[in-house]
Design a protein around this ligand. Structure first.
Ligand code: NAI
Length: 280
């Protein structure tokens, strides 16, 4: 499915990114395995995670190179593009998957924990999408960008104020980049995965499950990152084990006032159910 294509996957040294890298390589892609190699909270760095995934891909007969730049700086994002061009000549598909976690509730979160999470997820997705899109436009043959959002961003989640805001931002980024890059034949979609990884393994819902694996998620990334996706853009495809579904933002029909005057606050209260109603 990906013969001759070059795929960059950020944060691919473990978890979901690793499973995506192995699947894309199995489908014939040349893969840039990016990973800073830090701890779950984003501290530290090491080359070994990305190198280990590259070794796995090569052992299975595939092609891959490791890259250790951080997605969270413009220089890092550009260096990842340059690694792909240097080793494989181009970029066809880019998967923004790198992520960290610093969970606290709104009332307890430190400013530094807000900044760190926003920088890796939201700013990193922006910088990498921009760098990847510029390279794809230079090549002139379109491309595919896959971002990674989350149920936390789409619906909200207790204790993840920074992470949820970053992931909701990635939704807006995906929608807008999808619109802006359409004329360049670059599709931009997002995944909302649920899987047992080092990010989630200590949550109660993952204690007794063997069916929420990164390998369940990877085919959804392959779909959005391959020509099977067609011209679909701006979608959020969700996957949790064997369940495949989607998130959509809904605009209700609302209601026009007969007299064309501004709504009063009291009238909004009186018509609340009607204003919120979604026609089936
Ligand atoms: P993970 O912790 O195994 O993978 C994230 C990877 O990103 C790590 O290998 C880490 O070293 C790398 N990384 C962190 N900061 C980086 C940076 N600045 N530059 C480059 N690489 C960096 O976690 P997992 O679960 O595989 O997460 C992958 C993505 O999926 C994340 O964006 C996460 O937010 C998202 N996600 C995961 C869910 C789950 O249930 N596991 C749920 C919803 C979203």
């Amino acid at each position: 499915m990906m013969n001759g294509k070059v795929v960059v996957i950020t944060g691919a040294g473990g978890g979901i990114g690793r499973a995506e890298a192995l699947l894309f390589a199995r489908e014939g892609a040349k893969v840039v395995v990016n990973d800073l190699g830090g701890a779950r909270d984003g501290t530290g760095a090491s080359g070994s995670a990305a190198e280990a995934v590259v070794a796995e891909i090569r052992a299975a007969g595939g092609e891959a190179v490791a890259n250790h730049d951080s997605v969270a700086s413009a220089a890092g994002a550009q260096a990842i593009v340059e690694a792909a061009v240097k080793h494989f000549g181009r970029v066809d598909t880019w998967i923004n998957n790198a992520g960290i976690l610093r969970d606290r509730t709104l009332l307890k979160l430190e400013e530094s924990d807000w900044d760190a999470v926003i920088e890796v997820h939201l700013k990193g997705s922006f910088l990498c999408t921009q760098a990847a899109a510029r390279q794809m436009i230079k090549q002139g043959e379109g491309g595919r960008i896959v971002n990674t959002t989350s149920v936390s961003g789409m619906l909200g989640n207790f204790g993840q104020i920074n992470y949820a805001a970053a992931k909701a931002g990635i939704y807006g980024l995906t929608r807008t980049a999808g619109i802006e890059l359409q004329k360049h034949r670059i599709t931009v979609n997002a995944l909302a995965p649920i899987a047992k990884t080092r990010m989630t393994e200590d949550l109660p819902m993952f204690q007794h499950t063997s069916s929420l694996t990164p390998e369940h998620v990877a085919p959804a990334a392959l779909f959005l990152g391959s020509d099977l996706c067609g011209d679909r853009t701006g979608y959020v495809l969700a996957v949790a084990g064997a369940r495949m579904y989607a998130y959509k933002v809904v605009e209700t029909d609302g209601k026009f006032k007969d007299d064309n005057q501004a709504w009063t606050a009291q009238e909004i209260a009186d018509h609340w159910e009607v204003l919120l109603r979604v026609r089936n």
